[in-house]
Ligand binder design. Structure first.
Ligand code: ATP
Ligand code: MG
Length: 329
């Protein structure tokens, strides 16, 4: 099977990116052909400082390698020019009405200038995936609508021209980790573009992790329980359980069993005691990742060039088929 996914170089990955997507990326490498892109052309849909973008890109590569992504599977989107070329071709094929209904456009266009790139980037995302004829796309839940759009675009292209593209399937993490929420507002997802205190970056120091979790928004109900109406506690439980599940699948239970196991383990703990358990688990898990990141961050420039070569070969072969289908010979 062929796997494609991407991440924007808009900051160090956080626990949402890690538990919702990157841990699946790592696992899939064992048995499948994987292409993982640092999607810098998506990052510029919102204005970036050039020096910062360059640093964020190098740090993203180092962070992904520190999480266990093989460097040969990694590449920068802007260095494989076929992404932009197929993007343009699909722009010519996609009705504007398909884009204005995207949730991300509706939210992001309220906070940023309404530029064409911001409206159309889900089409570039479709091009990213379709260039590799990927079968499987491991992402967080926030990307579901964009994956459906990708299938709509490819079906429409195939039936208008020639059957070049394949149907894609999203691969989501468990219900606990497919949408990790902000530490400052557990009703919105954790994001790189939100304030630093709202997320745990995977390279945060133990002190910083302690500070951020201690200040995370919870509620005033005493004891710990797993309930819909306790979004802050539920989010901390999801983080804890998802990290523990990476090793043991201990929390892979039906809802009633899960609720009684939470009650058993943490029912009589205060919020402060519980937060201490969450802090220790996160710190212990992220320690080796932070160390590896610090060793790798200075040498990444040279090591992803191979990945770009490899991706370019597959991308140019698909683009040739697309040119053929369109009569661009
Ligand atoms: P930005 O705020 O710049 O959009 P982001 O945190 O949303 O950053 P992306 O680079 O857009 O990160 O997404 C990378 C991957 O991480 C995608 O597969 C996305 O679905 C997933 N992801 C992002 N946030 C979360 C989250 N809070 N929980 C689970 N998965 C997430
Ligand atoms: Mg995002």
């Amino acid at each position: 099977m062929r796997v494609f996914s991407g991440i924007q170089p808009t900051g160090i990955p956080h626990l949402g990116n890690y538990l919702g997507a990157i841990t699946n990326w790592v696992k899939l490498q064992q048995a499948h052909e994987c292409f993982y892109s640092i999607v810098d052309l998506h990052a510029i849909t919102i204005q970036q400082d050039p020096e910062l973008l360059q640093r964020n890109t190098a740090e993203m590569a180092a962070a992904l390698i520190a999480c266990g992504i093989k460097k040969e599977n990694l590449f920068r989107q802007s260095k494989v020019s076929q992404h932009s070329e197929l993007g343009w071709i699909l722009f010519c094929h996609t009705p504007v009405s398909w884009l204005t209904r995207m949730h991300q456009w509706q939210t992001k266009s309220q906070k940023n200038e309404k530029k064409l790139g911001l409206l159309s980037y889900p089409v570039l995302q479709a091009a990213d995936i379709l260039l590799y004829k990927a079968n499987l796309v491991p992402v967080g839940e926030d990307q579901l609508q964009h994956l459906n759009l990708t299938n709509d675009i490819s079906k429409s292209f195939n039936s208008t021209y020639k059957p070049v593209f394949k149907e894609i399937k999203g691969l989501f993490s468990s219900d606990k980790s497919k949408r990790i929420m902000s530490l400052r507002n557990p009703l919105v997802k954790m994001s790189k573009s939100d304030i630093d205190a709202s997320r745990i970056n995977i390279t945060d120091s133990p002190d910083l992790i302690k500070k951020k979790i201690s200040k995370s928004v919870t509620d005033s109900i005493s004891g710990i329980s797993y309930q819909n109406d306790r979004p802050g506690i539920t989010n901390l439980l999801h983080i804890l359980m998802s990290i523990q599940d990476l090793q043991s699948e201990k929390w892979n239970l039906d809802l009633p069993e899960l609720q009684s196991k939470v009650e058993q383990e943490f029912g009589n703990k205060s919020t402060q005691e519980f937060k201490k358990i969450v802090i220790d688990e996160i710190v212990q898990h992220l320690d080796p990742i932070r160390e590896k990141f610090n060793e790798t961050r200075h040498i990444v420039d040279t090591i992803i060039a191979n990945g770009e070569n490899r991706a370019g070969k597959v991308a140019s072969s698909t683009l040739a088929e697309v040119h053929d289908a369109l009569g661009l010979k």
